[in-house]
Ligand binder design. Structure first.
Ligand SMILES: *[C@@H]1O[C@H](CO)[C@@H](O)[C@H](O)[C@H]1NC(C)=O
Ligand SMILES: *[C@@H]1O[C@H](CO)[C@@H](O)[C@H](O)[C@H]1NC(C)=O
Ligand SMILES: *[C@@H]1O[C@H](CO)[C@@H](O)[C@H](O)[C@H]1NC(C)=O
Ligand SMILES: *[C@@H]1O[C@H](CO)[C@@H](O)[C@H](O)[C@H]1NC(C)=O
Ligand SMILES: *[C@@H]1O[C@H](CO)[C@@H](O)[C@H](O)[C@H]1NC(C)=O
Ligand SMILES: *[C@@H]1O[C@H](CO)[C@@H](O)[C@H](O)[C@H]1NC(C)=O
Length: 683
């Protein structure tokens, strides 16, 4: 008996070790390359990116840094450097002949020196398979309202020891910012063809990921995936119509249990949240829970539905129908029937050939309860959804460049006209170079902020929003939309769908404001409000709006003020400066930001006052750092007669944020640190 147990223990240990080795082996097969970056580096999620040069064949490439960091890029790596090809260039990667691989291509269509991404059209092939053809990253990003795009392909075994990825410019130049080649398990088996009863074998297909959604859940970064470095997005932007159903979250005492499927299929987070219709049968009868996706026409798609019911535990408690493009994919979907139990995840694959009969390139997915099997409840449930485009028989995955949707064009038209009557629409635009200083060296050098109240047009129910998924959607709880310019947020926060947010380029802002016309009758005080938002963005290293967060946290302005008033601002500031920023400095900085955000314009300080107070915050930080370093200062520092402390003492007496009318001009003139305000050429 005893020996048996020991042997068993030994075997368990061995298998544990083998697993660990296997995991390590898989890891070492990963190539995560930042193109044109000489030494590699780490991105916002802590992923390591290596240089690409040793895999590249061809001396016709140029390495260039982007001139502008879009605010949705939370770190410089891999997007701020690009490799530009003026003629055909080849990457070669050693792979195993019998394994499936992720190939991810990252594109950030920004200006690179004299290279204008709008001129760039190119193709990308891998071992004869066409991934991109006449591809314009610039047009694609514009149409999708994204700053950058990641194209993710899952390549079936190519029967070759080398993956040969060829970039070929069809005009001007080709470029790429990042390349990932990562071994992966076989994700696909067979799928049911919608409209038939056929199961189609999809083991050997190549696919392109179109959408990957954590339904009713949050953005999941690659580092939080279940081992396959996938990115999962919130489904809200794709929901169609006004009926969003309800969202459900697993309770703490229920644990997700993977039974018949491996955990890499999708992470626990995906199965821990679900969307359903609600409890009212009469209401549920009247609508379909519907998502709409923009896809390329004339292609085959595989849709993977992820399910996990963490409420019910018996078959036929909850049964519903699944429609894909208005065809019945599944008449009686029964999650517990499939999974075998409560909190056990399962998934179903369906295939459809999308011809685009209506011409609007929209793929519809809908769920509706069914009475067919007389289930106990009249509801639906879904936890995750992935949509893959499958390669055709000629080995082609490329589609046409998308066209900006009529909605996007309409939006831009509305934007333009709204600026003309801005006093009624409350639109506020600030453009300005702000040269203040914050002690911790994370101050934005140049900030452009567009702050605007979302107008009624977005509150209408009928819209679909495959474009502008975040800000244009009527369902997001925030009523404000703030788009900020370059902010040096060095952070690892979860930014939902960075790529999915609409970010305005400087050129666009200039266009709609008539050069600051005066996948405007604005008051100075509106500027001050916007700047207050920027201050909190800098302090908390997160965007002004993050719809992936819980409702009360979506708007940074509201959330930060709330935290400040509760005295817990410390909890939400950038971890990188936490502990380094002196409490007094933090207080001054936050007070300043708070004042800027006063509801009524006349309560907000003048920009001069703001700068003044930021300078003061800087002094508080510097001073406290000094006294920390030299022990003899300590408690007695206030009696020190150095000029610096004189200034400080004066500040302590006089400085507080007042409205501009109460600010004494004389006190400004007496202080050297305000020279830069008094003399605008100072900075
Ligand atoms: C690049 O590839 C071509 C064709 O495959 C080959 O002839 C050439 O030697 C390669 N050059 C380098 C530097 O590897
Ligand atoms: C899709 O196929 C139809 C019929 O063959 C054709 O008329 C249409 O132009 C195709 N669309 C695209 C975008 O290729
Ligand atoms: C599906 O039905 C909706 C209306 O219910 C319609 O607007 C849409 O165009 C249809 N989609 C397809 C692909 O037929
Ligand atoms: C739900 O969608 C299906 C397929 O498009 C359609 O036949 C049905 O009428 C829809 N039901 C409701 C209530 O909209
Ligand atoms: C390339 O794409 C552009 C933009 O979508 C399109 O106008 C042009 O006709 C395409 N060219 C070819 C050869 O397909
Ligand atoms: C990712 O995982 C880490 C560690 O489990 C967790 O702290 C973090 O909140 C997760 N991030 C997101 C966006 O889920």
């Amino acid at each position: 008996m005893h020996t048996n147990k020991q042997i068993l223990f030994f075997l368990v240990c061995i298998s544990f070790l083998l697993n660990a080795l296997h995991a390590w082996g898989a890891q070492s097969d990963s190539l995560v390359l930042s193109c044109g970056l000489e030494d590699g580096g780490t991105d916002m999620y802590g992923r390591k990116w290596a240089p690409d040069s040793k895999y590249l064949n061809g001396s016709n490439s140029i390495t260039i840094r982007a001139g502008f960091q879009d605010p949705s890029l939370l770190s410089e790596i891999p997007y701020m450097t690009a490799r530009i090809f003026t003629s055909e260039a080849t990457y070669k990667f050693q792979v195993k002949t019998d394994k499936r691989y992720w190939l991810r291509l990252h594109f950030y269509p920004s200006a690179y020196g004299n290279f204008n991404p709008a001129d760039s059209y190119f193709s990308v092939t891998v071992n004869g398979l066409t991934l991109l053809k006449n591809f314009s990253a610039s047009i694609t990003c514009e149409a999708l309202s994204q700053a950058y795009i990641v194209r993710e392909y899952s390549l079936a075994p190519l029967d070759s020891k080398t993956l040969t990825v060829i970039f070929k410019p069809s005009s001007s130049f080709a470029f790429v910012n990042g390349i990932e080649v990562i071994e992966m398990p076989d994700l696909f088996d067979s799928a049911k063809m919608v409209g038939t009863s056929d199961q189609i074998d999809v083991k050997g297909v190549h696919s392109q990921t179109m959408y990957r959604l954590n339904v009713a859940g949050q953005f999941i970064p690659p580092t939080n995936d279940s081992g396959l470095t996938r990115t999962w997005y919130d489904d809200l932007p794709y929901l169609n119509g006004a009926q969003l159903g309800t969202t459900n979250a697993i309770s703490q005492n229920v644990k997700i249990q993977y039974k018949s499927m491996p955990a890499y299929v999708a992470p626990v987070e995906v199965y821990s949240s679900s969307r359903s219709m609600g409890v009212n049968k009469a209401i549920n009868e009247g609508f379909n829970l519907t998502w709409v996706f923009q896809v390329d026409p004339n292609s085959t798609y595989l849709l993977r539905f992820h399910f996990c019911d963490f409420y019910y535990s018996k078959p036929n408690q909850l049964v519903f129908s699944i429609f894909v493009n208005n065809q019945t994919a599944e008449a009686t979907a029964d999650v517990i029937g499939w999974s075998g139990g409560k909190a056990v995840p399962t998934y179903q694959d369906y295939m459809t050939y999308f011809t685009d009969a209506s011409g609007d390139q929209k793929l519809w997915v809908a769920l509706h309860p069914t009475d067919e099997t007389r289930p106990e409840y009249f509801d639906v449930i879904i936890n995750g959804l992935e949509i893959f485009k499958l390669s055709d028989t000629t080995g082609n995955l490329a589609g046409p460049n998308p066209k900006p949707s009529p909605m996007l064009l309409q939006y831009e038209a509305v934007e333009k006209s709204s600026f003309k009557k801005s006093d009624t629409s409350k639109a506020k635009v600030i453009g300005g170079a702000v040269g203040g200083a914050a002690a911790f060296g994370i101050l934005a050098a140049l900030v452009f902020v567009v702050y605007q109240r979302k107008r009624q047009i977005y509150g209408t129910e009928s819209q679909t929003s495959s474009w502008l998924p975040i800000y244009g959607n009527s369902h997001t709880s925030g009523s404000k939309s703030t788009i900020s310019g370059k902010s040096n947020a060095s952070s690892n926060i979860s930014a939902l769908a960075q790529g999915l947010c609409r970010h305005f380029s400087l050129a666009e802002i200039k266009k709609v404001t008539k050069n600051f016309d005066e996948r405007q009758q604005l008051t100075e005080k509106s500027d001050v409000y916007s700047f207050g938002v920027v201050l909190f963005e800098v302090l908390c290293a997160r965007p002004a709006l993050n719809p992936s967060l819980p409702k009360e946290q979506v708007s940074l302005a509201d959330w930060a003020l709330n935290c400040k008033r509760k005295g817990v601002l410390d909890d939400i500031i950038d971890p990188n400066i936490k502990g380094k920023i002196h409490p007094e400095c933090l207080k001054k900085f936050a007070d300043t930001a708070e004042k800027c955000l006063a509801e009524v314009g006349y309560e907000r300080p003048s920009m001069g006052d703001v700068l003044w107070n930021l300078e003061f915050a800087l002094q508080l930080q510097d001073n406290n750092e000094d006294s920390n370093h030299s022990s003899q200062c300590g408690e007695s520092s206030t009696s020190d007669e150095s000029p610096k402390n004189d200034t400080m003492a004066m500040h302590r007496k006089n400085l507080s944020i007042e409205s501009e009318h109460e600010t004494s001009d004389e006190s400004i003139e007496t202080s050297a640190i305000f020279s830069q305000i008094v003399n605008p050429k100072g900075r």
